[in-house]
Design a protein around this ligand. Structure first.
Ligand code: AMP
Ligand code: GLY
Length: 428
């Protein structure tokens, strides 16, 4: 079967790598892809957020399956457009994708279904928003309602900064119309956890838990990013807790989307805070996490192409995922200035040497081929993932490989999965 995968980030590199190994996939096309994906797939340019352009490409390629990686095309209705032309699609329709596309809609469904989440409300007036923020007290959590590439959220103790964040979104429109409506919510304390499940609208098949690092600097300092690293499994989330999250959070959300007339088919991502009162939802996403996927896929032993096909055809009952017991740690290498303005077009060296290290996979995130060289093409450039028998081994392998890769201005966090390594050390 020929498979078309949409997207160009680290998540799509990992998904493409898994599809390429699937026994049911004999040809992989990525649009637009990146320099890493181009090593084993055909890459084609397309405006992935434009349903008509994607349908035209699919009509040319006639793929047996289209896997949609990022949220923007899902929210824009690319899944609907492909399905209405008879294509098999992994990823929800726009109606179900609204649970990521609008944080206030997600809150409405959660409230209806009794899913535990932060108390919060939506606003489009600055004084009303500030009054509610003061009622909740610090730390303040301010979110753009719509999609903002992981950068629409401000969490701060500083009231002046919080008020500025409200004004920037509602009055100045720094996140465009998507951000003119905002959500103010209660701060959730506790470790964060990502639990991603695949659903065909009825059956739910959960992945193992993963953890993402959102802040740009060590010790969770600095601004939020799209994610600076990840690891899996998560010692703070043993199997009974993961099962509880599936039963009390994921399954009720799948049911809630169906009850709203928009059944969810694809990867449902619950971003959670493990609070003293139990797990609570920070956000829902309608696709695999980036960079969580880069720490999950190397551990997945089941055939990923088969999983996507079963999901797309509404036939997940009976599917079970097998995972390697090894730990996986994924370290993101970012461009100077990220998550703010950053340079691109900088040559990257050392990729082959890093990829040859034991247990290591180098997933490209923002790269492009340029005259026989690989150059940076985004803020998050690479995700260096490594498997190991312990977190100590996986971390050492990932960081040893990451050190072999050089490009001007590269920066990475040094503490990815450190808390898992410490927990492992104190428990052994
Ligand atoms: P979101 O885009 O909603 O996932 O938010 C991005 C990040 O902001 C989350 O991963 C958290 O680190 C942080 N965050 C969002 N909402 C809250 C909250 N209610 N309490 C604490 N931190 C939050
Ligand atoms: N890692 C967070 C996200 O994918 O949104």
């Amino acid at each position: 079967m020929r498979v078309l995968i949409l997207g160009s980030g680290g998540r799509e590199s990992a998904l493409a790598w898994a599809l390429n190994r699937s026994s049911s996939v004999n040809e992989l096309v990525a649009a637009p892809g990146n320099a890493g994906i181009a090593e084993f797939a055909t890459t084609l340019r397309v405006a992935v957020d434009d349903p008509a352009a994607v349908v035209a490409l699919a009509q040319e390629l006639r793929p047996g399956l289209v896997v949609i990686g990022p949220e923007a095309p899902l929210v824009a209705g690319v899944g609907d457009a492909l399905r209405s032309e008879g294509f098999s699609v992994f990823g929800p329709n726009a109606g179900a994708a609204r649970i990521e596309g609008s944080k206030s809609y997600a809150k409405e469904l959660m409230d209806r279904a009794g899913i535990p989440t932060a108390r919060g409300q939506k606003f489009d007036s600055v004084p009303d928003a500030v009054a509610y923020m003061d009622e909740l007290g610090p730390p303040y959590v301010i979110k753009a309602d719509g999609l903002a590439a992981g950068k629409g959220v401000v969490v701060t103790e500083d009231r002046d900064r919080a008020v500025l964040a409200i004004e920037e979104r509602i009055d100045t429109g720094v996140f465009g119309d998507a951000g003119r409506t905002i959500v103010i919510e209660e701060f959730l304390d506790g470790q964060e956890l990502s639990l991603i499940a695949v659903s065909d609208g009825g059956t739910v098949v959960a992945c193992e838990p993963a953890q993402d690092y959102k802040r740009v600097k060590d010790n969770d300092e600095g601004p939020n990013t799209g994610g600076m690293g990840s690891y899996s499994p998560v010692p703070a989330c043993p199997p009974p807790l993961a099962e509880q999250i599936v039963a009390e959070i994921i399954e009720p959300m799948v049911d809630a989307t169906a009850a709203a007339g928009e059944p969810f088919s694809g990867a449902l991502y619950a971003g959670l805070a493990l609070t003293s009162k139990g797990p609570k939802v920070v956000e829902f996403n309608v696709r695999f996490g980036d960079p969580e996927t880069q720490a999950l896929i190397p551990r997945l032993r089941s055939d990923f192409g088969e999983l996507c096909l079963a999901c797309a055809s509404g036939d997940l009952s009976g599917t079970k995922l097998e995972w390697s017991p090894e730990a996986c740690v994924s370290v993101v290498l970012a461009s100077r200035g990220y998550p703010g303005d950053h340079q691109t077009g900088v040559e990257i060296r050392g990729l082959d040497a890093a990829a040859e290290r034991p247990g290591v996979s180098v997933f490209h995130a923002g790269t492009a081929a340029d005259d026989g060289r690989v150059v940076t093409a985004g803020g998050r450039v690479l995700a260096v993932s490594a498997l190991g028998g312990t977190f100590a081994e996986a971390r050492a392998r990932a960081y040893d490989a990451a050190r072999l890769i050089e490009f001007e201005g590269v920066h990475a966090r040094t503490d990815i999965a450190l808390r898992a390594e410490i927990k492992e050390r104190t428990e052994s």
